[in-house]
Design a protein around this ligand. Structure first.
Ligand code: HEM
Length: 512
């Protein structure tokens, strides 16, 4: 019999390996963690982290493991919450413990931890929220309604002219609104540097904000490797993204500050309002830094999310022509044909509010919410939730629960029967939980309402045509990423009447 020689380093490695397994086993036995897919020693569930639409994969696993599912990413605990009540009990009723964000190493290396969205639950985050909150209350956002209505009308006019540029147009017009509202700046073309910078930073954000996507997130020690070592290109990527991010948040802010006195910065806007509340004086260092990052995050928060809901709305209108007809009939009877719908009509349009609610339910732009993190150890429904655990709310699963929503895959505004309390409960989920709830919710609801009502009042949304002129229905498929949107689909947009088109032609393109 031959014996294999065991060198000292490989013996040490084997011992470390065995020790890790034992520590891991002991920890599991001590705590009664929620059930979840079987982990491997050391790496846990890393190999099972889905790359495409994880919310759909987690949803199918929830059928086996239940409302609270435990996953382990190389020792990093994660709880996938698939039940609305549990999400609310944890992140709203126990918000003291669940308002933190995970340490996402790649995001941190690239500077994204300074954004309001990924900042820990600390003083800097509180200052950021305090600075922006007064401008985004349900009452205060009304001052932006005329701007939202105008830009929506310009957007609809443009897509009637050329629907092939739909996504470019959406980017430009949403960029116009949010840069105008945040900095008083109005971009003129889709190539505008502040706009392109915002979208690029957002692409990078989406790549770093999904837990478990980067090895360094689960093996933080990797960040100390020298950048010349093969396999460490993530360090250079993080450095490049970090430089870009700094420039993206600072340049429009500096432009806004320089142009308050010149009058070029259009009023009102977030940065000016904060300075005005400060008696027109510059903010001190920490507050100014917080405003730079808060404003930059508001810009980022608004862009891809609104593109996502608009595309989802168009997709479901093609797939549900009878819903489209009913929405149009409601608008015709309430608004008539002599004017365009305004945001103040919203209260009289329950079916349109149902369409909006169903759009969010069928296509939540942030299907796994932005992950929260447990500040301290906790016990919930008899299960241990370890300190530092990522809390990932599977909003998509909650929206597809057949007990709550019979035939969940059917797009049916009728299911709410005009009941606003019910609709609010449903819509609310799409904007997250507790202290981290989306601060742009009221602003964006008015904007999205304006998009839906203007399109339906003036246009028919129709399937695209293939080379033989045959109609092609969209497939309900979403891109990967923490903020997702439908994959490209063909469509046609036709004005409902010459009168409707004329109402849009009359809109002046000047942004004030
Ligand atoms: C349809 C549109 C939108 C949806 C579905 C949406 C959804 C969300 C969700 C799910 C979160 C995470 C909440 C949580 O962690 O519990 C969030 C956070 C955030 N959203 Fe939105 N959002 C939208 C539009 C906007 C707009 C228009 C703005 C800005 C004007 C905005 C700014 C933000 C910011 C700054 C955060 C981070 C908040 C924090 O961590 O404290 N969002 N949003």
């Amino acid at each position: 019999m031959t014996s294999l020689p065991l060198s000292l380093p490989s013996l040490a490695l084997t011992l470390v390996f065995v020790a890790c397994i034992l520590v891991d086993l002991r920890r599991r036995r001590r705590q009664r963690l929620p059930p979840g897919p079987r982990p491997l020693p050391i790496i846990g569930n890393v190999h099972q982290m889905p790359k495409e639409m994880p919310w759909v994969v987690f949803s199918s696993w929830a059928k086996t493991y239940g409302d609270l599912m435990y996953m382990d990413f190389m020792g990093q605990p994660a709880i996938i919450v698939s039940d609305r009540t549990a999400a609310i009990e944890l992140m709203e009723k126990r918000s003291m413990n669940y308002s933190d964000r995970p340490v996402l190493e790649m995001a941190k290396l690239a500077g994204f931890h300074q954004t309001m969205a990924l900042e820990h639950y600390n003083d800097n985050w509180k200052i950021q929220r305090r600075l922006i909150s007064p401008d985004y209350s349900p009452v205060k956002v009304r001052k932006y309604w005329p701007l939202q209505e105008k830009v929506t009308r310009l957007f609809v006019r443009n897509i009637i002219e050329d629907v092939s540029a739909l996504r470019d147009n959406l980017r430009l017009q949403l960029g116009v609104i949010i840069l105008r509202v945040t900095y008083g700046y109005s971009p003129q073309t889709p190539e505008d540097k502040f706009l392109v910078g915002g979208f690029t930073a957002l692409d990078n954000f989406a790549k770093v904000a999904t837990p478990g996507m980067w090895l360094v997130d689960v093996l933080p020690i990797l960040k100390y490797l020298p950048s010349w070592l093969p396999g460490t290109s993530f360090l250079k990527t993080a450095q490049d993204w970090g430089k870009h991010l700094e420039d993206t948040v600072r340049s429009p802010y500096n432009w806004a500050i320089e142009n308050i006195p010149t009058g070029l910065s259009l009023q009102p806007n977030l940065v000016s309002d904060v300075i005005n509340r400060h008696n027109g004086k510059p903010l001190n260092g920490a507050d100014e830094n917080a405003l730079v990052w808060a404003a930059g995050t508001m810009l980022g928060g608004a862009l891809e999310t609104n593109i996502s809901v608009t595309l989802t709305f168009l997709m479901y209108m093609i797939l549900n022509p009878e819903v489209q007809r009913k929405g149009q009939a409601e608008l015709d009877s309430v608004v008539g044909h002599d004017r365009l719908p305004s945001i103040s009509d919203r209260a009289d349009l329950p079916y349109i509010r149902g369409i909006i609610t169903e759009t969010l339910r069928r296509g939540p732009p942030v299907p796994l919410c932005t992950p929260h993190a447990a500040h301290e150890d906790d016990v919930y429904r008899g299960y241990a939730i370890p300190k530092g655990a990522w809390i990932m709310a599977n909003i998509w699963h909650m929206y597809n629960d057949p007990e709550q929503f019979p035939d969940p895959e059917v797009f049916s505004p009728e299911r709410y029967n005009g009941d606003d309390v019910e609709m609010e409960k449903v819509k609310g989920l799409a904007f997250g939980f507790g202290r981290r709830t989306c601060p742009g919710k009221h602003f964006t609801e008015a904007l999205f309402y304006s998009i839906v009502a203007t399109i339906l009042a003036t246009c028919d949304v129709l399937p695209g045509l293939d080379v033989n002129g045959k109609e092609v229905l969209p497939k309900v498929e979403y891109e990967a990423g923490s903020i997702t949107q439908p994959k490209p689909f063909p469509l046609r947009i036709k004005p409902r009447s010459p009168q409707a088109a004329a109402l849009l032609t009359d809109v002046s393109p000047a942004i004030e």
